[in-house]
Ligand binder design. Structure first.
Ligand code: ADP
Length: 273
């Protein structure tokens, strides 16, 4: 409301990182509003498949249970709905873990190229739809990064997964990892898909924000993939850029500093676009 005034308050986390809070006159944080929306959205996303599973169980218990073909069809739907709930719960757990570690710098030195090759092999082994369209190129001799292996692997999975999900069938998904002109390790994932209209781009990393919710669900999306990516990029002091042309395709790029560039710097803010 118009008479509501907010005050900026800076604080420190346990390990010395600085944080900024917006606080109203009675001392409530603006973050509280975001938390309430998030819980409401997450509950709603879980309620829909759960209601469907309960409905099918009820029907199976009655007449449909007798008929083998119908029973099989209902069980298949229940399985798909349960998988949807599982993906959502897994993503919610990832998101809260990553957020909890936000101010702790990742500690391991690792070879990002090797990790990307591993993820590409996993995608191929899982026989994911469109896996054969994915082409990965890693520049030789890249410097190491300081990172969290599980999180960076998830970042690769989410971005390549989106390109496979939203790219047109049969078109290539081109993944490259190299050094850019400013000495950052840069991952780019290019698809030839439907693209994203400019007004949506700044909001894609919000939790549960989707351009087309029906389409996202039908390809197995949870609406949390890019929110997770954003948090992982922030924790690695990197930068995320999304460029897209409707009807042509999308390019997502992530730049992460090399290990030697991170060593010796004090806490600094990540730039996210
Ligand atoms: P989802 O699980 O729905 O894919 P994400 O957080 O990964 O959620 O992405 C949010 C939304 O951004 C998607 O629902 C989709 O509308 C859009 N999007 C993400 N990646 C692409 C892409 N490569 N091409 C077109 N649209 C995309």
């Amino acid at each position: 409301t118009a008479d509501q005034r907010w005050e900026m308050r800076t604080g420190e986390t346990g390990d010395g990182a600085r944080i900024v809070h917006l606080v109203d006159q009675s001392g409530n944080y603006a973050a509280e509003k975001m938390r309430v929306d998030f819980v409401a959205n997450a509950s709603h996303e879980l309620r829909t498949p759960l209601a469907s599973i309960l409905g099918f169980i009820e029907t199976l218990n009655e007449e449909a249970g007798e008929e083998p073909a119908l029973r099989k069809r209902f069980l298949d739907v229940m399985f798909a709905e349960a998988q949807r709930m599982q993906r959502l719960v897994e993503d919610l757990i990832s998101l809260s873990r990553i957020e909890a570690e936000k101010y702790r710098l990742p500690g391991d030195r690792l070879d990002l190229g090797e990790l990307l090759e591993d993820v590409a092999a996993e995608i191929e082994a899982a026989r994911s739809p469109r896996a054969e369209n994915v082409a990965v190129t890693v520049e030789p001799g890249l410097p190491e990064v300081v990172g969290d292996e599980a999180q960076l692997s998830q970042l690769f999975h989410n971005l390549i997964g989106n390109a496979m999900k939203y790219g047109r069938p049969g078109t290539p998904v081109t993944v490259t990892l190299g050094l850019d002109r400013s000495g950052l390790l840069r991952l780019t994932v290019v698809d030839e898909g439907e693209g994203i209209a400019p007004q949506h781009i700044p909001r894609l990393t919000e939790r549960f924000y989707r351009v087309d919710a029906g389409r996202s669900r039908s390809v197995g999306g949870t609406g949390l993939g890019l929110a997770i990516v954003k948090h992982i990029v922030e924790r690695h002091r990197g930068r995320l850029d999304i460029a897209s042309k409707v009807g042509i395709g999308t390019t997502v790029s992530v730049a992460i500093p090399a290990a030697d560039a991170v060593a010796g710097t004090s806490t600094g803010a990540a730039v996210i676009k």
